[in-house]
Design a protein around this ligand. Structure first.
Ligand code: BF8
Length: 651
């Protein structure tokens, strides 16, 4: 590990990853790719060292053409006069806006597909009609004289409003799902949002040259955007997907690289939007495509999931997951992958570099995501009538890749892990006998706290070591854990989502989990499904009659990477739930310094004070903890939960 003084933390080198990463299959594949001369994210990260200190601290301003400006002791203001607080906060506001745009585009596609399904222009059989009728009721949609499909289309249009409304009318999802006491807090802070699109626009507007120079107003916009992100992109995507493809229920399966099989057509499903991939699965499982695979000499077809598409398919169908964003190149290193079908987001350009080493076919299916050299068969949400034939073409192209590849480089790590996924909000409550029973277990201490361990991977942390190291210790401390996204893949592959892992929990939590037949880490879905964990937090708070901010809850984002994660953390902060980050965000790290006479100088600054000191704590009741060592991070989390219990008199 090399210590980076600008971050005040060690940075892993490739051998540190080998030594610390929890999945032995990772090391096997890293070695194989290295000896094959195939570069990966680990090599490119090493080549980028040392990374720019100004970028690491968020003090580089590139928001106009007078710059770039680097804020420093020597030059404390940019050319326009912006100081450090303004630059750092503007950068964070822009990151959240970018992440929100990604999720909004995802929501837009899913909702347009829902409208098309309800109006009969797409060949999609709706599997979650009850969810739509529940939403119609929650949104106060008039059902009189309307057919069920017309009601569903009206629900979808209400969801679309929350993605794109340009006026100050209330958001349907926020009104329907946010707790009343939280809404009062947000009203008091004047941070109620209009929609995801509006707040993205406003965030970019406020941070252009000569727009807003009050960093506290930018901080308010960060919180306002977090609420737009939560209700306008997460809720809308997750709920619309449930109406389209059904509400998941728990199912047992096997995961990890070892689910790939030599002699079979191995197809990986990667990205975020469920629309094309659902139809492709239908086609792949048809007798015609299965026959095509056999004609090509394959024994059958294996489907495996990556990133959030993988999380969702595990939840809905028990399709095995393989890996996450930083494992996508490694998966191709097995030499066994014939095709990767990718839609939108978190598909790194490096994927194609490794694909070319092994002859793997990449098929892009989103109009937003092009990869040079890939086969492009996009789903256009505004032309839903071609979905069926396009999916058929995708399935045929994927299977055809089997016959054209060099199959001599296949070496699949044997490791396969048992895992249970599919924990929708309803499924979690049902598993434990309802919200009342679960709330009582939290109050009486059988469950010491509830944490959600989520988010990406980053090469700045030894791959997956923080997710697994923290989650395992939280479980050992009696905490019930939910998970999504790339963290979810790490925990699934580590065996923490196996019901047998209940044995890691102390009594009485162990007994509670065994009686419910569930693992200590509940895989709830993709990143947009973080709202399932949020709904769980809200439901227990309502049962207990205790405000969200007072409960022993924690959001853990131990290996943040994508801009989308900025909004995830801010969402939970805005709801009064503290965040444990395994890595410093791009803000100036508050490092205590030694003064000229050897005295210790206070390392605080306004930005760290806002996020990690009294700033947010006094307004929304939550703060960010940053701990890079997994053991220390878990201790910090457990201490936070214990303090919350003590303040409630729960012991
Ligand atoms: O939305 S956890 S790297 S896969 S952004 Fe992407 Fe991060 Fe993975 Fe899904 Ni979420």
């Amino acid at each position: 590990m090399k210590f980076n003084k600008h971050l005040n933390q060690p940075i892993p080198e490739k051998d540190d990853v080998r030594a610390k990463t929890p999945n032995p299959a990772t090391v096997q594949l890293m070695d194989k790719l290295e000896s094959a001369g195939c570069e990966t994210v680990f090599d490119r990260f090493a080549a980028q060292q040392p990374q720019c200190p100004s970028g690491l601290r968020g003090t580089c301003c590139r928001m106009c053409q007078w710059g770039p400006c680097r804020i420093s002791d020597k030059a404390p203001r940019g050319v326009c006069g912006r100081d450090m607080n303004q630059v750092v906060m503007a950068n964070i506001v822009r990151q959240l806006a970018a992440g929100m745009s990604a999720h909004a585009r995802h929501a837009h596609e899913v909702i347009l597909a829902l409208i098309a399904a309800a109006e009969g222009t797409a060949t999609i059989t709706l599997k979650g009609r009850e969810r739509a009728l529940e939403l119609a009721d929650r949104f106060g949609i008039d059902t009189a004289g309307r057919t069920e499909d017309e009601v569903i289309a009206a629900v979808a249009r209400a969801l679309l409003d929350d993605v794109g409304r340009m006026t100050a009318d209330p958001m349907h999802t926020l009104e329907a799902f946010a707790p009343a006491d939280r809404r009062e807090v947000w009203e008091g802070l004047d941070i109620l949002p209009r929609s995801a699109s509006y707040e993205s626009m406003e965030s970019l507007h406020m941070t252009t040259l000569g727009a807003c120079s009050d960093w506290t107003a930018l901080a308010d916009q960060e919180l306002r955007s977090a609420l737009a992100y939560c209700y306008g992109t997460l809720y809308t995507s997750s709920l619309a997907t449930e109406v389209l493809y059904g509400v998941p229920t728990p199912k047992l399966t096997e995961v990890n690289y070892g689910v790939l099989k030599p002699g079979y057509v191995n197809i990986l499903l990667h990205g975020h939007s469920p629309v094309m991939v659902e139809k492709v699965i239908e086609k792949v499982r048809s007798p015609e495509i299965e026959a095509l695979a056999r004609e090509a000499g394959a024994e059958g077809i294996v489907l495996g999931g990556m990133c959030c598409t993988g999380d969702e398919l595990l939840a809905r169908y028990g399709i095995p997951t393989v890996t996450n964003i930083m494992g996508q190149e490694l998966a191709l290193g097995t030499g066994a992958v014939d095709a990767v079908i990718v839609d939108m987001q978190c598909v790194i350009p490096g994927l194609k570099i490794v694909a070319d080493c092994f002859g793997t076919e990449i098929i892009t299916t989103s109009t937003s995501n092009r990869i040079p050299g890939a086969t492009h068969i996009p789903f256009d949400p505004e032309r839903p009538e071609t979905l069926d034939e396009d999916a058929e073409r995708v399935a045929r192209a994927a299977v055809a890749a089997f016959g054209t590849r060099d199959r001599s480089k296949i070496e699949i790590p044997e490791r396969v892990t048992t895992a249970m996924g599919g924990f929708s909000y309803e499924a979690i409550l049902e598993s434990f006998g309802g919200a009342g029973a679960l709330a009582e277990a939290l109050r009486d201490g059988r469950i010491r706290g509830v944490a959600t361990v989520v988010g990406c991977n980053t090469p700045k942390v030894a791959y997956e070591s923080a997710h697994v190291g923290i989650a395992r210790r939280l479980v050992e401390g009696g905490v019930l854990v939910t998970t999504t996204g790339c963290a979810s893949h790490a925990l699934l592959n580590a065996g923490l989502c196996d019901p047998a892992a209940a044995a890691l929990a102390p009594q009485p939590l162990r007994g509670l989990l065994e009686a419910a037949g569930v693992p200590p880490v509940l895989a709830v879905g993709g990143c947009v499904d973080n709202v399932r964990s949020l709904r769980l937090f809200i439901a227990l708070a309502e049962e207990l009659g205790v405000p969200l901010a007072d409960l022993p809850y924690l959001f853990v984002g131990a290996e943040p990477g994508n801009e989308k994660t900025v909004g995830q953390g801010a969402t939970f902060l805005a709801h009064g739930i503290s965040v444990l980050s395994g890595f410093p965000a791009q803000i100036p790290v508050a490092v205590p310094r030694t003064g000229p006479d050897g005295e210790l100088l206070d390392g605080r600054n306004d930005i760290t004070e806002f996020f990690a000191g009294d700033g947010l704590l006094t307004t929304v009741g939550a703060k960010i903890y940053t701990e890079t060592d997994p053991a220390c991070a878990a201790q910090t989390g457990l201490l936070h939960l214990r303090r919350k219990r003590q303040a409630l008199g729960w012991g």
